[in-house]
Ligand binder design. Structure first.
Ligand SMILES: NC(=O)c1ccc[n+]([C@@H]2O[C@H](COP(=O)([O-])OP(=O)(O)OC[C@H]3O[C@@H](n4cnc5c(N)ncnc54)[C@H](O)[C@@H]3O)[C@@H](O)[C@H]2O)c1
Length: 337
């Protein structure tokens, strides 16, 4: 299985490390990044061949990782599909809903394996949260309070000026960061029926909103709020807090997206809290599968199985994001999804 990479930045490097950690039997074929220093550092670390174009990477691989800034995703995915190559694409799929729709349409009946980087779907903490909420004993979801905050990632360890450029990123904190949240919110709490949102722009970057507050109405009757912020507190690189109230259970995830803690309390029970290895053990005891996402992608390609989460999952998250933006543009009107 020959794996090629377009984009050798933060997330491209992350995937290469995850892939190595998974033990998947892959050949590192080509890597391209117009930032030659990054391309060569990636090539040195992995053994991949440094390429002079995206097409050269595509031609030499069986599966392509698209890890560039967002505006390049669609063109590179189309290039991969035209060459009959399987594709892992980072989120967001595109800078807008039209692009994401075209990409999902392209892959849906292509016979190619496709996966997206909606990584929270693979987090032990979020998997446990979802499992607890889904238990029949918890009852229906009544309300959720979801907060996601991060320092604006044009600085610090991200240091990516493209996140301040709407032509490359599409928009700000909601699309670039909280598309993860919209996806996991619906996955955990049920189908979203409508949204109403307000947004603000403190940093003055054109088209890059940095504060979004959304109220959500779920199809099953529950309601919730979601807040997404890009601030300047460099001590807070990325933190989420998700508190779900069900009819007979309270569940909260705090601090670390991957290892919690997750706490819960049920009617007639005692509060329980797990974090780190204890949290992973709790997942295992519940039979929750936690495969390495990159290793799993390669297994799907090898076995010819559909991968997950796929482009249609990402398209739904884009649909939610688009509804939030339309509501915010109207000053908060409810938008049906
Ligand atoms: N799943 C996640 O949790 C997660 C985390 C971070 C980033 N991302 C997503 O991954 C993508 C990249 O983000 P990043 O943090 O790695 O950014 P980055 O700035 O660290 O790296 C992006 C790289 O893409 C390169 N590039 C641009 N156009 C290219 C092209 N045509 N071919 C090859 N390389 C090209 C740039 O030179 C740069 O080195 C974005 O879409 C971002 O939203 C996802």
């Amino acid at each position: 299985m020959r794996v090629g990479f377009c984009g050798a930045g933060l997330i491209g490097t992350f995937h290469s490390k995850m892939l190595r950690a998974s033990g998947a039997d892959v050949t590192w074929s080509g890597v391209f990044d117009p930032d030659v220093a990054r391309r060569d550092a990636f090539a040195d670390a992995t053994g991949a061949t440094p390429c002079d174009s995206e097409q050269e990477v595509v031609d030499g691989c069986d599966a392509l990782y698209v890890c560039t800034w967002t505006s390049e995703h669609q063109r590179l995915v189309e290039m991969a599909v035209a060459a009959g190559k399987h594709v892992f694409c980072e989120k967001p799929l595109s800078t807008d809903l039209a692009g994401a729709t075209a990409m999902a349409d392209l892959l849906r009946d292509s016979g190619l394996v496709h996966q997206v980087g909606l990584i929270l779907r693979r987090s032990p903490a979020f998997l446990l949260l979802q499992d607890l909420v889904a238990e029949e004993a918890s009852g229906r979801v009544m309300s959720v309070v979801f907060r996601d905050d991060q320092y604006i990632p044009v600085q610090g360890m991200y240091a990516s000026s493209w996140r301040g450029d709407k032509d490359k990123a599409g928009s700000g904190t909601l699309l670039e960061h909280s598309i993860h949240d919209l996806d996991i919110l619906e996955h955990t709490c049920g189908r979203v029926a409508s949204v109403s949102a307000r947004s603000a722009n403190f940093h003055g970057l054109d088209g890059i909103e940095d504060s979004v507050a959304t109220t959500v109405g779920f199809a099953d009757g529950g309601v919730g709020t979601m807040t997404s912020i890009w601030h300047d507190i460099l001590e807070r690189p990325s933190l989420r807090r998700v508190e779900v109230f069900c009819e007979r259970a309270w569940v909260v995830l705090e601090e670390d997206d991957w290892f919690g803690p997750v706490s819960w309390l049920r009617l007639g029970g005692e509060r329980k809290t797990v974090r780190g290895s204890e949290l992973v053990e709790e997942c295992e005891a519940r039979g929750i599968a936690m495969p390495n996402p990159d290793g799993d992608f390669i297994s799907c390609v090898v076995d010819g199985r559909p991968a997950w989460p796929d482009f249609d999952v990402a398209l739904r998250a884009h649909t939610l994001a688009d509804a939030v933006y339309r509501s915010a543009a109207s000053g908060g009107d409810a938008v049906a999804v």
